[in-house]
Design a protein around this ligand. Structure first.
Ligand SMILES: Nc1ncnc2c1ncn2[C@@H]1O[C@H](COP(=O)(O)OP(=O)(O)OP(=O)(O)O)[C@@H](O)[C@H]1O
Ligand SMILES: [Mg+2]
Length: 340
């Protein structure tokens, strides 16, 4: 039996079995037949190749779709995201981590505001046996049965706290976090979730989701780029350029440093002020954890504005994986005790 943590985010889909983690953009499109499959040069970077057939349709997933599919599906709307998109992204991720016919137990998260509405739907969508075909980069096809035996859905930011609290076997390793009152701010691509773990208990009053993620800052940058270059750059294609500080469009380089600093600063200010307002009565909070891929980018801007003690970030850790690694540890704590 394999325990897998799965985080189908609006920006990236993440999966982990505790030993191996997988991450790819939450984008897919129709698969096409390649005339030529070899890389042009031996040294070409090996791209993650995710091709999956579900119900007779063949899809490219992640960066492969971004590069090769003519019509790409990408959304920032939870209702639209729920059915087919979540299933395609989940199966593409699981197909890389499990053998055919191997029983899988899954832990997933949902944003706090959508938790009650979609929890059962997500559970029912995935808890079954899925027949798929996967194709590798050489064009070889293999049938696979993904047998999902159990599904647990938890509020998204709880993954991060589990990741700090539990070890790889799912046992308590940081007693401190289980005894303290911790605020969590999870900044993703589309949503920011706020929650409190008060001696591991969930606080309804201190929790909310806001549709304010990194895409807000990227939208400001994209609008500016459209004005000066005439090209509409899709939001999910902007991260590398924002990170490096410039973008090349039709051979011309555009500097992004100033507009990026402005946009990220504005977003961080709005997130910090939401936290300060939401947690105005929670002055007894011990620590605040900023998490999620967006959290890692915004932490330096958020820290001086936050009323409280922010846990410092480890620059070598990929904070996009924080929730999913926590889901996997949580799965081990729930299921290993009963199955081993
Ligand atoms: N190495 C990286 N590559 C790409 N993006 C990164 C990287 N490190 C941090 N980021 C930031 O992480 C963001 C995505 O974070 P994350 O994966 O937590 O979001 P998500 O879970 O997909 O979104 P949501 O929670 O809204 O559904 C990106 O928008 C980008 O700004
Ligand atoms: Mg997320």
């Amino acid at each position: 039996m394999e325990i897998i943590g799965l985080d189908i985010g609006f920006g990236f889909t993440k999966a982990s079995n505790g030993k191996k983690s997988l991450i790819f953009k939450s984008v897919y499109g129709e698969a096409t037949d390649f005339q030529y499959r070899e890389p042009l040069l031996d040294g070409d970077r090996l791209e993650q190749y995710l091709q999956i057939d579900i119900d007779g349709n063949s899809y490219f997933v992640g960066e492969l779709a971004e590069r090769q599919s003519t019509n790409r599906f990408f959304t920032l709307d939870q209702a639209q995201f729920m059915d087919q998109p979540s299933r395609i992204l989940a199966l593409a991720a699981m197909s890389n981590l499990v053998e055919s016919n191997q029983a899988v137990k899954l832990v997933l998260g949902l944003p706090i505001s959508h938790y009650r509405k979609y929890k059962q739907k997500l559970h029912d969508l995935l808890k079954t046996t899925h027949d798929i075909i996967i194709t590798d980069s050489k064009g070889l096809c293999r049938e696979k049965k993904i047998k999902v035996a159990d599904v647990r859905v938890i509020p998204q930011p709880f993954g991060s706290i589990m990741n700090y609290m539990l070890n790889d076997q799912g046992k308590m390793s940081e007693q401190r976090f289980s005894k303290e009152k911790i605020g969590i701010i999870d900044v993703g691509f589309c949503t920011t979730d706020y929650t409190i773990s008060d001696k591991t208990r969930y606080s309804e009053r201190g929790s909310m989701s806001v549709q304010t993620g990194m895409s807000k800052a990227f939208a400001i940058i994209a609008t500016r780029l459209k004005d000066i270059s005439g090209v509409n750059v899709e939001l999910y294609r902007l991260f590398d350029s924002v990170h490096s500080g410039s973008i090349k469009i039709r051979g011309k380089s555009y500097d992004l440093k100033k507009v990026s600093q402005q946009a990220l600063g504005q977003l961080a200010a709005s997130i910090a002020s939401d936290a300060n307002r939401l947690w105005a009565d929670d002055w007894d909070m011990d620590e605040i954890i900023v998490t999620g891929g967006g959290g890692a980018v915004l932490a330096p801007f958020i820290q001086p504005l936050l009323e409280g003690n922010m846990l410092s970030l480890n620059p070598s850790h990929d904070y996009r994986l924080n929730n999913v690694q926590g889901y996997c540890k949580f799965g081990k704590s729930v299921w290993h005790t009963s199955d081993d």
